[in-house]
Structure formats: C-alpha cells, structure tokens
Design a protein around this ligand. Structure first.
Ligand code: MG
Length: 204
C-alpha cells in the first residue's frame, strides 16, 4: 500500500504557516513503512526538535483505478477515518529553504498514524460534510470540517489518480485544518470524527 497526502488543503492552515494557497492540490507520498497502526505509541525521532501533529481525514481506497472522473470517485472509497500526518517541522523548513523534497520531514518510519476506519455513511453529517477534531492531553487543539477543503474528496481522488494509480488498500490523507502544533514526550493525542474516537497516540 501507499499513502498519498495532500498539503495546504485548508486556506486557514496554509496562512498559519505563511504558505501561499496552491491553485492545484499539493501532493506528496509516504511509504507503507510510515504507517503507525493499532493506536501504537510514536517514539519521538532523534532528528527533530520540533515534531508537529496534523490531524486529517483519511479515505481508504477500496478499488483499483486511474484517471478516475470525479463523479465516479465515491465508488473508490467506502471507509474513512482520522489520521495524524506527523511532521518534523524544523526539518521541513530546512528542506523548503533549500528547495529539496520533503520526505525526510514527512515520510519517515511511523510518521502516518492511521485510526480505525468506519463506513463513510457514519461519518458524513446531514450537510454532506465530515467534522473532525484532535485533542492533545484532553484539550481540543484542532477542529475541521471537510466543507472547508479547497479541493473536495471526489476532485482529490480524480486528480491523484492521474499521477498515481490508486490500488485497493491505499490511504489518502486529505489535509489538515489550522491549529497544527508541537508535541513532547509524554503527550497523548486523540482524534475524532464527530464524537467518535478513532485514533489514540502516545508520544514516547
Ligand atoms: Mg498534512
């Protein structure tokens, strides 16, 4: 499996990091070794002093496809969850400054915490959006609504599939809302869709 991530998909988050809002989805990949599953703890990596959480809605791909049209995109995912795109922000800043790729800041071992998937019908509210949030040490630090995404789920699947053939089991990280911030050893994170807790992660 592979993990496809979308950067700067919420305008308020792009602004908080002083980044321009992209005119097309900004994509990057994480390898399967980036997965952090089963609510396992994350061991603070030695190569960063600024480890950040980014809570995101995840789509699990259930069918292989490429060049998928947006109107058919809903057929390609049945389950959604929340995840955390762990980012070594200091390393990322250095990569950006040098014009280098981001992988060493974003795609390292266990940098993609993946929650328990639920049927998408249980996640969408009556307006057709998903509300999600992240608690750090039981205080809410991020809150998002998929209705505020710059590029919605169907268009994302369509755009991604032009470049990267989607295979059953792939996971899409659809971008983080504003409120990203640091974690320290001993912190605990918990991510929700509505009030459903789908992911817990201790930082060790
Ligand atoms: Mg992210």
């Amino acid at each position: 499996m592979k993990i496809i991530c979308v950067g700067r998909n919420y305008a308020a988050h792009a602004e908080e990091l002083n980044n321009p809002v992209p005119d097309k989805p900004l994509l990057f990949l994480k390898p399967d070794t980036a997965q952090l599953l089963d609510n396992n703890p994350l061991y603070y990596p030695g190569f960063t002093k600024e480890l950040h959480y980014e809570v995101e809605i995840l789509l699990k791909i259930c069918k292989n496809g490429k060049f998928i049209k947006p109107k058919f995109a809903p057929d390609y995912y049945k389950e959604v969850s929340t995840g955390i795109d762990f980012t070594a922000r200091d390393v990322q800043r250095e990569c950006k400054k040098k014009g280098h790729p981001w992988e060493i800041a974003k795609a390292w071992n266990h940098s993609a915490a993946i929650g328990n998937f639920i049927p998408k019908e249980e996640a969408f509210n009556k307006n057709g959006h998903i509300e999600f949030s992240l608690n750090k040490n039981n205080d809410q630090v991020q809150k998002g609504n998929s209705g505020n995404m710059l590029t919605g789920f169907n268009e994302l699947i369509s755009y991604i599939s032009q470049y990267f053939m989607l295979l059953r089991g792939d996971v899409i990280f659809t971008g983080t809302p504003k409120g990203v911030g640091p974690v320290e050893r001993g912190d605990s994170l918990e991510a929700f869709i509505d009030k459903k807790s789908l992911l817990s992660c201790q930082i060790k």
